[in-house]
Design a protein around this ligand. Structure first.
Ligand SMILES: *Cc1c(COP(=O)(O)O)cnc(C)c1O
Length: 405
């Protein structure tokens, strides 16, 4: 049976975005691809092989179950768990060289125990509390756990020390972020003075990496940007302010599409859809699309969202239903059953990005993307550039492709 909508992932767009990000970072800063939330809705199973083809070799996730999914989808990549891993899962992580954040002593003890049992080092990243007040050791707590770490350096590989910023995507948080960078550096220096030398310092998400060069350190953890979306309007404005051509250089990797299921006409004064949120103020033409909030098209886009049909940007009218939304095609009377409908992505020279949604709906990019259900079929497109280049030159290293894409 056919799904009522499908998702395409554009490999050439991913190459473009990675090339831009790598260009900004330079050759010495490691790139970790953040793929929590089912790779921001793109789909772990499709995104991981695609990213590996583009030479990404480090992935960051939220939980152990996501780490498991990344390992299964990829060619044994390095994975870092930034959030949840139950103490009972630590042994699995150690056994499979999966790295994880530590921010409380119980997890460190579980790591030591698992490492001793397996005769293999646990790969930990020590998280500092620098001002987000979410997870991370405060300076006082750090003082208390340092002896435990010092005593067990034979079974603990301290791969990194790290922190996370409290809203680097908004200039309103400038002072707070700056003071977090300072505090991180102080804690890092103190830790090193205690004979514990993490291999990589990493603190930056997309917004921090773009707007605060000092936050880049040795590795960055980039999510939203690699998929072709900006963390906020402020971040792109900040990026473009010194550029001559003020054009967004990123390309959306995702395209979410459906088709017109039916068209109909409505006369002046009729209400459209459930309830009375939209009354036709003139004779109108409507298209119904078989996508609703159960498919991830947020109900808060009722009377707000925009879709593309026949290269035109058209308005969603009425309430978004569980499985159906309606589009005003009065300006595009040629639209007919079976026409392609773009819910996110490009068609012709028009584009619907989630960012433009969220300005309307107050939903963040992140939320709409990660709510895209797992069961929407996904496929990777535009891999030709890679394949032709690969077979022509007999290259086996994707690095070449990244620079020539
Ligand atoms: C989600 C997350 C990131 C990546 O954030 P983006 O804004 O998508 O780049 C980085 N670090 C941590 C700890 C995160 O939770």
């Amino acid at each position: 049976m056919l799904a009522s909508s499908t998702i395409e992932l554009d490999y050439s767009a991913l190459l473009n975005n990675l090339q831009i990000i790598r260009g900004i970072l330079g050759p010495d800063i490691r790139f970790s691809s953040v793929v929590k939330g089912n790779a921001y809705g793109h789909g772990i199973n499709e995104f991981i092989p695609m990213a590996e083809m583009a030479n990404v070799d480090h992935f960051s996730v939220f939980s152990a179950s996501e780490a498991y999914a990344v390992k299964a989808a990829g060619n044994d990549p390095q994975v870092l768990i930034m959030g949840f891993i139950d103490d009972s899962e630590v042994e699995w992580a150690v056994e499979h060289d999966v790295e994880f954040f530590v921010f409380e002593s119980g997890r460190i003890m579980a790591a030591i125990e698992a490492a001793k049992k397996l005769g293999k080092k646990a790969r930990i990243h020590i998280e500092f509390e620098t001002g987000l007040n979410r997870t991370g050791f405060s300076q006082d707590q750090l003082k208390k756990v340092v002896p435990l770490i010092q005593k067990n350096l034979d079974v603990l590989e301290v791969c990194g020390d790290c922190t996370h910023y409290a809203g680097a995507e908004s200039i309103a948080n400038y002072v707070r972020v700056k003071s977090q960078i300072k505090r991180f550096n102080k804690m890092d220096q103190w830790l090193r003075s205690q004979g514990i030398n993490p291999m990589m310092r990493h603190t930056a998400c997309s917004a921090a990496a773009m707007s605060y060069p000092k936050s880049r350190m040795d590795m960055v953890r980039i999510g939203i940007l690699q998929y072709g979306f900006w963390p906020s309007r402020e971040t792109i404005i900040d990026y473009l302010k010194n550029k001559t051509d003020r054009v967004d250089p990123l390309k959306r990797v995702i395209k979410w599409k459906s088709t017109v299921m039916d068209v109909k006409e409505v006369t002046t004064g009729e209400f459209i859809g459930y309830g009375t949120t939209f009354m036709a103020s003139e004779n109108m033409k409507l298209a119904t699309v078989p996508v609703g909030y159960s498919h991830g098209y947020s109900r808060s886009l009722s009377n707000q969202g925009r879709v593309l049909i026949g290269g035109k940007r058209l308005a969603v009218i009425g309430i978004v239903n569980m499985n159906i939304l309606m589009v005003d095609i009065s300006e595009a009377p040629e639209v007919k059953k079976g026409d392609e409908v773009i819910l996110i992505g490009d068609q012709g020279d028009q584009s619907v990005s989630v960012a433009s949604f969220s300005e309307l709906s107050n939903l963040l990019n992140y939320e709409l993307l990660t709510r895209l259900p797992h069961n929407i079929p996904r496929k990777v497109v535009n891999t030709e550039a890679f394949i032709t280049k690969n077979s022509k030159n007999g290259l086996h290293n994707a690095e070449e492709k990244v620079t020539t894409a």
